[in-house]
Design a protein around this ligand. Structure first.
Ligand SMILES: Nc1nc2c(c(=O)[nH]1)N[C@H]1C(S)=C(S)[C@@H](COP(=O)(O)OP(=O)(O)OC[C@H]3O[C@@H](n4cnc5c(=O)[nH]c(N)nc54)[C@H](O)[C@@H]3O)O[C@H]1N2
Ligand SMILES: Nc1nc2c(c(=O)[nH]1)N[C@H]1C(S)=C(S)[C@@H](COP(=O)(O)OP(=O)(O)OC[C@H]3O[C@@H](n4cnc5c(=O)[nH]c(N)nc54)[C@H](O)[C@@H]3O)O[C@H]1N2
Ligand code: SF4
Ligand SMILES: [Mo]
Length: 787
């Protein structure tokens, strides 16, 4: 800064002390307008939501830079955007950018469209809405799960203007869960009555930290949040770090004392063996277990639970006749038994020990059990409720500085697990609470007939079994109309009947704030100041919804006469009433970025541990439920798919496409897609510069590669019964033998039935998990061969 100021003074004195910046001067000389800088933000769902500075000239974005204001020590940190956010200019200007409303011409899914006027688009969509409402009722409308504009206030994908419009029009079928956390969120509700987690900043007080599939450096990349806080806490504490992950993830690099590779989907087996050692060597925190939990031992089981159904009985083998020794676990997890024994001692004897899991562990067909097992480990050592300890959940942020969204009240209560949306298209009316986890009703009244997909690629690319999705969506007699709202062409909007071009966050005013769980102890709020006019005919979704509301006869109810800016002011000022720390609307909008003082980092369950009687958990017993009575009830009443089970304690389950599935004879390699620094899911794939610098590689261990004659750079095919993907091999010991991985989110592209776009969801099963009906997308079995 100092240097900049000195340079500026030197320049201005050279030009006779004029109060112009060098940039303004050269603009004047070249007779162009001066550069203008506006704040905007990166709205994609890596959760972090970084501010960006947009520099324009004559209404054109010239370059994008990042927060560089203020000091930059940890407590005053600049919220610097990653390379994806800094590439936002290309998000506005790229060959795939949508600039006009499009209408399908060929068959659905063929990807042929013609430009139409907004008038025609609104008229036709409104008329189809009326028709569908009349024929099938409001339960047939659906807004798909989508995350491309989460964190914004008006321009929200799933709970913004579309939700308000449809609510006022009579309602729509809701969805619950997320693709991010379906299994862990449901599992932790049974276990803790929520997902309590310490702030990652408290890691600075830990002596040992065990991370299960937690990749902060790659999945929380912005400078304002968790990735940086993780790095900083490790620097300060010097604590020992162990990452347990099938692959050597980016958070291991430069930070980690040990990487323990584990076979995917087997964490619950490892935990059972750790428990075995701790029981045998008397290393458990029995006082903690007896005071705060139920069901670890027989003496704390609920009175109506069967004998020998405690976790300890499972571990010692009185439950099922198998002792969960390190040798037993070693065969499943592929971790040497000696290391398991040592690890148990190390974890039990080094306190405080910070236990955390990311969300990769739970995105498996047995994900609920894996995540409950890791939380059980945190209980076994009693490192909960103390600074430097954690609950086994993914770390969170300390305080939410929220801004209200647009109000809406959906008169329909029926809700499906978001991952079952394709099922609800072809067999909605068969779906029930006990067979499909439907909520708000016992059975659905209607199949999905009309879809709005805003800012999402979950219609196909991010869903599973792409060929099956293709079959369902292509059939125009099933879902009769699909309206897709995006800023770019995507694999999903290939299936749309109408594609509507949205304005980006650089082209409209809105708030963006980081998601809870992403910014650690330093909240901030961004106000996007509208850097340029929307390109082409793109327009914000609020304006689209007003036009539809007009045609549906609900304009006044929908808009209440307010513009987007009026709503932003109203919602912000309502939020100010609850949070006196928020500056005035005028200050917020003129500053563009407001960073708040650091808050005290949260230590999860501190109150409950201090006083469990007066601060009970939201579980039925008020305690931590290692044995869940609710799951015991579901075990008796729910109708499950073949091979599935619900067990009240967190046993290791061999389920669909897991390490013990007999299908492994045919498809011997485990496979999954991890979240990648080169994209946020499928977002940014459309930008060639980003694709070029972040290649789509398929990692395979040298042992497996050699057995198949594969070398780095070879084109290989990964196949199972659901599909074939093709891509480039990277032979690396950074992945455990017996497993291969590729970044999730690449755009599927089918050529002669083969996905040459290397999208992992061409191979992932559409079968939901037993308890949450979530996406066990990381459980895939395959064979790999050189092309
Ligand atoms: N750069 C970038 N950041 C992102 C995203 C992105 O696409 N790109 N997506 C964002 C979103 S919406 C979400 S939900 C989060 C996702 O965050 P996560 O779900 O945590 O990400 P994953 O990469 O799926 O998994 C994290 C790690 O778990 C490991 N893992 C997989 N299976 C297992 C297992 O069975 N056991 C163990 N121990 N480890 C396992 C993976 O190898 C990976 O290193 O990230 C967010 N951040
Ligand atoms: N196999 C496998 N599948 C997965 C996962 C996995 O780990 N493995 N992860 C799952 C997870 S955790 C998630 S959260 C989902 C994510 O899946 P999605 O929610 O579909 O996320 P993205 O792929 O990022 O798609 C977001 C879309 O929003 C669009 N967009 C961006 N900005 C704007 C805007 O301003 N306006 C509009 N209208 N659109 C905009 C982008 O162009 C992009 O098409 O994927 C899930 N799918
Ligand atoms: S870290 Fe996430 S929000 Fe921040 S710039 Fe990168 S992609 Fe955008
Ligand atoms: Mo996610």
């Amino acid at each position: 800064m100092q240097q900049n100021r000195r340079d500026f003074l030197k320049w201005s004195s050279l030009f006779g002390g004029l109060a112009l910046t060098p940039m303004q001067l050269s603009s004047n000389l070249l007779k162009t307008s001066p550069m203008v800088t506006k704040w905007a933000g990166c709205n994609v769902n890596c959760g972090t939501k970084c501010p960006i500075k947009v520099h324009t000239q004559d209404g054109v974005i010239k370059y994008v830079s990042t927060d560089n204001e203020g000091e930059d020590d940890f407590n005053t940190r600049q919220v610097r955007a990653c390379v994806r956010g800094r590439s936002s200019r290309y998000k506005v200007y790229n060959a795939n950018r949508l600039k006009r409303p499009l209408k399908r011409v060929g068959k659905r899914g063929e990807g042929k469209f013609m430009p139409i006027s907004w008038e025609q688009a609104f008229d036709e969509i409104a008329s189809k809405m009326k028709e569908v409402k009349e024929k099938y009722g409001n339960e047939s409308f659906f807004i798909t799960y989508a995350t491309g504009t989460t964190g914004t206030i008006v321009n929200r994908c799933t709970s913004g203007p579309w939700a308000r419009l449809l609510s006022l029009y009579g309602g729509y079928l809701n969805n619950h869960n997320t693709y991010s956390t379906a299994q862990i969120s449901n599992a932790m509700n049974f276990f803790y009555g929520g997902s309590p987690a310490s702030d990652i900043a408290t890691l600075r007080s830990a002596k040992l930290a065990i991370f299960f599939g937690a990749n902060h450096v790659e999945t929380r990349m912005g400078g304002g949040g968790i990735g940086y806080a993780y790095h900083k806490a490790l620097e300060e504490s010097g604590c020992k770090i162990i990452h347990i992950d099938p692959r050597y993830n980016d958070s291991c690099i430069g930070h980690c004392d040990e990487w323990i590779p584990i076979a995917p989907g087997t964490d619950a087996a490892l935990i059972a063996a750790l428990a075995y050692v701790m029981i045998k060597e008397n290393l458990l925190d029995r006082k903690f277990l007896d005071t705060y939990t139920i069901g670890f031992s027989e003496n704390t089981l609920p009175s109506d639970a069967p004998k020998n159904s405690s976790y300890e009985s499972y571990v010692l083998g009185t439950y099922d006749g198998i002792e969960k020794t390190p040798e037993w676990a070693s065969k499943i997890t592929k971790i040497p038994s000696r290391r398991i024994t040592q690890l148990a001692r190390e974890i039990a004897l080094t306190k405080p020990c910070f236990i955390e899991q990311g969300w990769g562990v739970q995105r498996h067909s047995n994900g609920e059990q894996n995540s409950r097992a890791i939380a059980t480990l945190a209980c076994m050592i009693g490192s909960i409720g103390v600074e430097g300890g954690n609950t086994g959940c993914r770390t969170g942020s300390s305080k939410t500085y929220d801004i209200m969204g647009m109000p809406f009240k959906n008169p329909i209560k029926d809700s499906i697990p978001c991952f079952l949306y394709t099922d609800a298209i072809y067999r909605g009316k068969e779906m029930t609470d006990l067979s499909d986890g439907v909520r708000g009703t016992k059975q659905l009244k209607q199949n999905i007939k009309f879809i709005f997909n805003t800012a999402g690629n979950c219609l196909t690319n991010q869903h599973s079994t792409i060929k099956e999705v293709d079959r369902i969506l292509r059939d125009e007699s099933l879902c009769e109309c699909i309206v897709d709202i995006n800023v770019t062409r995507t694999p999903s909007n290939n299936y749309a009947d109408y594609i509507l071009p949205d304005a980006t966050m650089l082209e409209q005013e809105d708030f963006i704030r980081p998601g809870a769980g992403y910014y650690s102890d330093r909240p901030y709020i961004i106000y996007c100041q509208k850097a340029i006019e929307p390109v082409g005919e793109a327009k914000p979704i609020y304006e689209m919804c007003i036009e539809l509301a007009k045609r549906l006869g609900i304009e006044q109810e929908f808009s209440e006469g307010k513009t987007q800016k009026d709503w932003l002011k109203y919602l912000y000022e309502e939020s100010m009433k609850k949070n006196p720390l928020l500056p005035s609307f005028e200050e917020m909008t003129s500053k563009g970025l407001v960073k708040f003082d650091p808050v005290k980092p949260v230590v999860a369950l501190e109150d409950f541990i201090k006083d469990p009687i007066n601060h009970p958990l939201k579980t039925p017993s008020g305690k931590i439920e290692i044995y869940s009575n609710e799951l015991a009830k579901m075990q008796k009443t729910w109708k499950l798919r073949e091979g599935q089970q619900i067990v009240p304690i967190p046993v290791f389950e061999s389920q669909r496409e897991g390490i013990l599935d007999p299908l492994k004879e045919k498809y011997p390699l485990q496979f999954y897609g991890y979240h990648y620094k080169g994209r946020t899911h499928s977002s940014f794939w459309e930008i060639p510069q980003i694709r070029e610098t972040n290649p789509q590689e398929i990692w395979i261990n040298p042992i497996d590669a050699q057995a198949r004659g594969i070398k780095t750079g070879d084109v290989i095919q990964v196949r199972n019964d659901l599909g074939i993907i093709q891509g480039m091999a990277k032979v690396t010991p950074k992945i455990i033998p017996g497993c291969a991985v590729t970044p999730q989110g690449a755009w599927a592209k089918y050529e002669n039935g083969i996905d040459v776009g290397t999208c992992v969801n061409s191979l992932a099963s559409i079968v939901p998990t037993a308890i949450s009906k979530g996406n066990g997308q990381h459980s895939i079995l395959v064979e790999i061969a050189k092309v």
